[in-house]
Ligand binder design. Sequence first.
Ligand SMILES: CC(C)(COP(=O)(O)OP(=O)(O)OC[C@H]1O[C@@H](n2cnc3c(N)ncnc32)[C@H](O)[C@@H]1OP(=O)(O)O)[C@@H](O)C(=O)NCCC(=O)NCCS
Length: 176
Amino acid sequence: MAVRQALPEDAARIAEIHTASWQTAFRGIMPDDFLDNQNAEARRIEWLQNMREYPGNLLIVEDGSAGVLGFSCTGPVTNQEMNRFDGRIFGIHVAPDAKRRGYGQQLMISSFKRLALLGCRNAMLWTLEENAPARLFYEKLGGQIVDRKLIMLAGKELAEIAYSWDALVLQNGHQG
Ligand SMILES: CC(C)(COP(=O)(O)OP(=O)(O)OC[C@H]1O[C@@H](n2cnc3c(N)ncnc32)[C@H](O)[C@@H]1OP(=O)(O)O)[C@@H](O)C(=O)NCCC(=O)NCCS
C-alpha cells in the first residue's frame, strides 16, 4: 500500500470511486434520485480543475495490481469558514469494495503529515451527522467534535458535524 499525490491521469479513477462511494455510503441519507443521477464524468473534470488550482491537495492510495483504491483532499483553509482552524480535510473516499482494510487510515495519516509540513497547527472536517461509519472512523483517529450545522442538499435538510485534530495529532499522523 502506498500513498502519493494524484496525477491528472488518476482523475477518471478518482471520479469513479467518488461516484460509487456517494451512491453507496449516502444511500438512505441523501435522496435516491439525486444519488442515481451522480455523473462521474462531471466529477472527473472537477477533480482535474481542483488539481490545477490546488496542487498537492489530492492524495491517492494504491495497492499493487488493484491500483488506486481511495483518495483524500486536504489543504490549508482558504476561506473564512471555521477560521480558527488552519487545515481542512475536504473529503476522503475509499472504493466501496475496499473499505475496512486500512486504506482510509493511511490516507488520513498522510494528509495530517502534509498539513503539518505546510505549517497547519490543527485541522477540521465536516461530515454528515447520519454517516455513522465515517464518524466512528474519525473518532478512532482521535477526532473531537467541535461544531454542528444544518445544510440543504438536493432539497433535503441535513445535519453536519465538525471534527478537529490538534497539532500533536497532525505531526504524529494520528492518535488512538
Ligand atoms: C470513512 C472511510 C474513508 C474509512 O476508510 P476505510 O479504509 O474503510 O477505514 P480503515 O480500514 O482505515 O479503518 C480504520 C479504523 O476506523 C474504524 N472504522 C472504519 N470504518 C468503520 C466502520 N464502518 N465501523 C466502525 N469502525 C470503523 C475502525 O476502528 C478501523 O479500524 P479496524 O478496521 O482495525 O477496526 C471509508 O469507509 C469511506 O470511504 N466511506 C464512504 C465515504 C465517506 O463516508 N467518506 C467520509 C465523508 S466525510
